[in-house]
Design a protein around this ligand. Structure first.
Ligand SMILES: Cc1cc2nc3c(=O)[nH]c(=O)nc-3n(C[C@H](O)[C@H](O)[C@H](O)COP(=O)(O)OP(=O)(O)OC[C@H]3O[C@@H](n4cnc5c(N)ncnc54)[C@H](O)[C@@H]3O)c2cc1C
Length: 552
């Protein structure tokens, strides 16, 4: 290993598959020295200790501040960073990825979708077992179930650990160098990577992908998150006990999913929402059905209600002062734990963007969406939650592909933003939607026609015993079609398998498929997806006779 010395350019370009343009340009190395960095690629992961040890062993006189040089450095290894790093490396670019967490996978894996879906699954299992009559009807005799939340958390940690290893293996397989540490800019092409107490080193890259994700919004007027009784979603998902009364500020998808988890595990759950409805971006019919469904499962909703303050009383309980926005009355609500779920914000702290003359607005207003590039520094590419728009893993992945394709200068379908993000609320049954809501079409004066089918009419649905438990709110699918072009504009559904059914709906909406074409396509029988075709047929038919648009 040699620190300093002549440029190691030949080693860089020796790998196949790189876009020719990349070999021709010269990397601006600000400090004038070069590092022969080939040995860095022999291992898939480097921690700061190893790097610093190597530096200490190196000849002081020839040592430069730059520890390694890459084509692409990705900061953050959530779904966005992981996708960007693997795709860059697969295209032959020398790639490194840095993340400050102990496990790879980002918010998504450690505090987000994976813990929430795993705990949801565990909580539904527990709830099902508690419905003894139902279980016995199926011929299963069990002693009354008892919850061991520590064991549930251990199972979750094992799951996270397994998936994090998958990330690590994939990165290693693709020759991505992984650094554990916090990254901050020291120059437009230079990033310092440090680990508290251990020191730091600098890497340089021609392109820097910023995939640092998001953090919970902690500023809720009158309420201070202490991660003890007043908690964020991160803390709620790592609790190893179940508070008897669990209240949540915010009726968005994250709040509702976590409400379902605690409700299933036996908490008395209250959602406090300042708006008149939950899930603002949902179709009204779907939002109303969702609320009724969750109420029927025991969740209490306080709508049009604002939290004014929250604090612990002498008995150790939380007193939450509420204001009803309509009546202007205040009251005190008591609970044992309060979760604040009023949104997330892009995470740029720690990156020291001001050092290179950038501020947060540059990541909001000054980004070229086609290439995912900052206008001021086109080689810096923000992706994922750190950018404007919905905070979803799939958006982060799409943007990662676009960022890498713009580096490779390839013209591909992924370079343009294709379609709407499909959304799923993983309650039981699941709520799924993609495209426009009826309210959006009405306010845009778009003429549309609808078709709606109840899944109780579907043969496959009736052969699935598990789906039958949810008769309280009939599962349905609703298709909205543009009356002029007959394109599918929106699909909204309640079904246990909404996350799977939504894929074909998402394809139809995003690709602007025509309702007549959907009607011509053969669907497997019996299948749940047939209901999508039937609802589309009804939407077409309703253009001729409006009364036929519902099948129930
Ligand atoms: C409870 C919950 C449930 C969710 N459920 C879903 C779902 O069902 N479907 C869905 O699509 N999305 C879901 N999301 C959203 C999803 O998790 C995010 O949209 C996704 O993780 C964003 O990916 P990302 O790559 O932009 O960033 P992240 O996943 O946040 O990863 C960013 C990484 O960068 C690291 N980092 C930050 N700053 C630095 C630095 N300076 N140096 C080094 N590393 C740094 C962070 O530690 C983190 O590991 C959920 C989120 C939450 C909170």
């Amino acid at each position: 290993m040699r620190w300093g010395g002549p440029p190691a350019r030949t080693g860089w370009n020796a790998r196949g598959g790189v876009h020719p343009d990349l070999h021709l340009r010269t990397l601006p190395l600000s400090l004038g020295g070069y590092l022969t960095c080939a040995p860095l690629y022999e291992k898939e992961e480097r921690d700061i200790e190893t790097i610093l040890k190597m530096r200490n062993e190196a000849d002081e006189n020839t040592m430069t501040d730059i520890a390694a040089v890459y084509d692409v450095l990705v900061i953050g290894c959530g779904p966005g960073g992981f996708t960007a790093a693997t795709q860059a490396a697969q295209a032959g670019l020398r790639t490194a990825c840095v993340d400050q967490r102990a496990s790879l996978g980002g918010t998504y894996l450690v505090d987000g979708a994976v813990p929430s879906k795993t705990l949801l699954d565990e909580s539904y299992f527990y709830r099902l077992l508690q419905q003894q009559e139902l279980v016995e009807q199926r011929g299963v005799r069990l002693p009354y179930p008892r919850l061991d939340m520590q064991a549930a958390q251990s199972a979750l940690k094992r799951n996270i650990g397994r998936l994090s290893k998958v990330y690590k293996c994939e990165l290693s397989k693709n020759n991505v160098t992984v650094y554990k540490g916090t990254a901050e800019f020291t120059g437009p092409y230079c990033v310092e990577i440090s680990q508290r107490g251990l020191g730091s080193f600098i890497v340089e890259a021609r392109y820097i992908v910023v995939a640092t994700g998001s953090a919970v919004v902690i500023q809720c007027p009158g309420v201070v998150i202490d991660e003890d009784k007043i908690v964020s979603s991160d803390k709620a998902l790592s609790l190893n006990y179940i508070p008897p009364r669990f209240s949540i500020i915010g009726g968005g998808t994250i709040g509702l999913e976590i409400a379902c988890i605690f409700n299933n595990f036996g908490s008395r759950v209250t959602i406090i929402e300042s708006q008149s409805e939950i899930c603002q971006n949902m179709d009204d019919e779907l939002a109303c059905a969702t609320k009724t469904l969750l109420q029927s499962q025991g969740i209490v909703f306080l709508l049009n209600t604002r939290v004014q303050s929250a604090g612990t009383n002498a008995a150790g309980q939380l007193d939450v002062t509420l204001l009803n926005k309509l009546s202007k009355n205040t009251c005190v609500h008591h609970c044992d734990m309060l979760m604040v779920s009023i949104g997330r914000r892009p995470l740029l702290e720690g990156l020291n963007i001001s050092k290179i003359g950038l501020d947060e607005r540059d990541f909001v207003d000054n980004v070229d969406e086609q290439t995912q590039s900052l206008l001021k520094f086109p080689h810096i590419k923000p992706i994922g939650d750190v950018t404007l728009g919905p905070m979803l893993a799939l958006k982060a992945e799409q943007q990662a592909t676009r960022a890498i394709q713009s580096i490779l200068s390839t013209d591909s379908i992924s370079t343009s933003n294709c379609g709407f993000s499909p959304n799923v609320l993983y309650c039981q049954p699941q709520i799924g939607w993609v495209g426009y809501t009826e309210q959006q079409l009405i306010s845009a004066h778009t003429p549309y026609q609808t078709g709606k089918v109840l899944f109780s009419q579907n043969v496959r649905y009736n052969t699935l015993l598990s789906q039958k438990e949810n008769d309280l709110i009939p599962a349905f699918i609703k298709v909205l079609v543009d009356s002029r072009s007959m394109k599918i504009l929106g699909v909204h559904m309640i079904n246990d398998d909404a996350n799977e059914l939504l894929s074909q709906a998402s394809m139809a909406v995003s690709l602007g498929l025509n309702a007549y074409d959907i009607c011509k396509v053969p669907f497997p029988h019996p299948s749940l997806s047939e209901s999508f075709k039937q609802a589309t047929q009804l939407a077409v038919a309703s253009g001729i006779s409006p009364s036929v648009n519902v099948r129930e």
